[in-house]
Design a protein around this ligand. Sequence first.
Ligand SMILES: [Zn+2]
Length: 359
Amino acid sequence: MKASQIARRSGIEDVRAIPVGYPVKIPIEDLAPEFRPPGDPERVEEENARLEAAQFANRVRAIDLSGVTVVLDAGHGGRDTGAIVEGVQEARQVYDLACRVEALLTRHTKARVVRTVKGQKSCSRSRPEGDSDWQTARVLTTPPYDLEDAIAGVNFRWYLANSVFRRVSREGGSEERTVFVSIHADSLHPAVRGLMVYVPGEKFLRGTYGKSGAPYDSRREVREEPRVSFTRRERIQAEGMSRDLAERIVGAFRATHLPLHDFQPVRQNVIRSGREWVPAILRYNRIPARVLVEVCNLNNPDDRKLLIGATFRDRVARALVSGLVEFYGGRGRDVLTTAGSPRPAEAPEESKRSRDSSR
Ligand SMILES: [Zn+2]
């Protein structure tokens, strides 16, 4: 493993007991480009890519999220439990978080919320104390997918997101008014803790991808656009807008003193065992502003203890909503302290229709 090679080379016997200020020798090629010496070709390339992407920071203002569609993804559910650490199931916690975010958005903003996965009971009827309906959750494709397979579940989520995005564009909505937020909890080294947000790095979005055969062909969202690829402009726009959204979320966590990853909380790719990639849910997703939020690290005992508490999950949900409001030029604090309209979180289909037609 790379870490143990580096430790050996630097004469470190126990990586958990490195004295402060101890010099660690890391080969330049193993450093992420942004930490290389100025002028290093990969660092220059990275810096240029970041500057280019920054031109696509969100310029749309909608302080009450009017006209904004939030595609909200509980990262796991159904048979897909996500990580389980000391009996704490990631799926249960992130499903509850998605319910809370939806409730806050519905109460305090004018955003339209589209969930990617949902259980049979509505969130408001499920128990408040984390006992959410995550076990019956299905991906809401047409027809829905029962989450028999976690990987197919991820693929159906981005197919669904792309379908929502197409529909919004068809209805004349602006691309910048659609956002995608996937909620997870990480399982990293127990020493690290706090929020980490992934964005789709431009250089990871090349090529074409799509699924076919069972169970894919039977879903409308897959048939609408079976394969996905991005133009260079779309890739740069995606990185820029997603990074902007990620920074707002980090800012909102910081403002309310929620734990943050103390080193680089926004990342453009995952690095594990020397491989680098963008999670599939972001990689093939067409919504320009899209983030995968690891709200905390399940392997860290402090984070884990917090996450099972409803108070913490409520604070996290508020910070996520604040981040969204701030992305659209509003002030999260102001929006969340207004009384909010008693707009029902889940109006039955019938009443929704009659309300629409009365306008
Ligand atoms: Zn996860």
